[in-house]
Every structure is written in structure tokens, then in C-alpha cells.
Design a protein around this ligand. Structure first.
Ligand SMILES: CC(C)(COP(=O)(O)OP(=O)(O)OC[C@H]1O[C@@H](n2cnc3c(N)ncnc32)[C@H](O)[C@@H]1OP(=O)(O)O)[C@@H](O)C(=O)NCCC(=O)NCCS
Length: 116
């Protein structure tokens, strides 16, 4: 699914929706070249390559739409997420100390970016 401001790619397995990845273009005139990526794979379907495929395809579609910079946010404790993003060339550019409250603990929220 896509329009000029958003791409959403869904993953279906055995007739079930098991994951999605999206990139949404910024609304402001000064940052229309920037998109924000979000992804989630259902429990039980992680670690079998779905996330990698979805990110690859979503980045490729974003590039076609003229998005030049993709940013994302990831919990500091999410080592699987961080390593996947690094493999795609995302690098940490910022960190919001204690920006996340999850499972009764404060965690840093990491900002990563990649140029397309
Ligand atoms: C992070 C997430 C999107 C990754 O998607 P995925 O489909 O599980 O990832 P893949 O199967 O494509 O694996 C990608 C890499 O991570 C590794 N990986 C995946 N799950 C792993 C696990 N539980 N432990 C260690 N490594 C793991 C894979 O081995 C692979 O590495 P490789 O390319 O070197 O072999 C998914 O696990 C998820 O939705 N997690 C919970 C929500 C979340 O973290 N969302 C992102 C928030 S920013």
C-alpha cells in the first residue's frame, strides 16, 4: 500500500498477517525529504527473515518516492533491532536518555538514520 507520503508493506504467512513495515514522509515543508521507519513482526514469526525482507523492500520503495533520509527510533535494549538496522547501514545519531518507560524501567531511546 502506498501513496506519495507513506509506504506500508505487509507480510502474510499461512493466511495470517504476521508483520508490517512502513515509512512515513515528514509533514513539514523543510523536511519532506525525510521519512520515519517503523516495523513489527508477530511473535512466533521472528528470526526467519521476514523483517529483513520487509525493510529491504520498504527502503527501495521510499527511494523511488524521493525520500533521501530515513530515521527510526529503537530502544537501547533492543539488540536484535539495532543489529538489523546497522546491517542496513543505519547509524546512531542521537539518544534520548530515559526516553522510554518499558516494563517498569527507563531506557534510552536511540535515533538512527540512513541516507538513501
Ligand atoms: C526486530 C524485528 C523487526 C526483526 O525482524 P525479524 O523478522 O525477526 O528479523 P530477521 O529474521 O529478518 O533477522 C534479521 C537478523 O536478526 C537476527 N535475529 C533475529 N531474531 C533474533 C533473535 N531473537 N536473537 C538473535 N538474533 C536474531 C537474525 O539472525 C538476522 O541476522 P543475520 O542477517 O545476521 O542472520 C522483529 O524481531 C520484531 O518485530 N521485534 C519486536 C518489535 C521490534 O523490535 N520492532 C522494532 C522496533 S524499532
Amino acid at each position: 500500500m502506498q501513496d506519495k507520503n507513506k509506504i506500508i508493506i505487509l507480510a502474510e504467512l499461512d493466511g495470517k498477517l504476521v508483520g508490517s513495515c512502513e515509512i512515513t514522509r515528514d509533514n513539514y515543508d523543510v523536511s519532506r525529504h525525510v521519512g520515519t521507519l517503523g516495523i513489527g513482526i508477530s511473535k512466533g514469526y521472528r528470526g526467519i527473515g521476514i523483517g529483513t525482507k520487509l525493510i529491504k523492500q520498504t527502503l527501495s520503495e521510499a527511494k523511488k518516492l524521493g525520500i533521501k533520509l530515513v530515521k527510526l527510533y529503537v530502544f537501547d535494549s533492543n539488540n536484535v533491532g539495532k543489529s538489523i538496522y546497522e546491517e542496513f547501514g543505519f547509524t546512531e545519531t542521537g539518544r534520548i536518555p530515559k526516553g522510554i518507560h518499558h516494563n517498569k524501567k527507563y531506557k534510552d531511546d536511540i535515533i538512527m538514520v540512513k541516507r538513501l
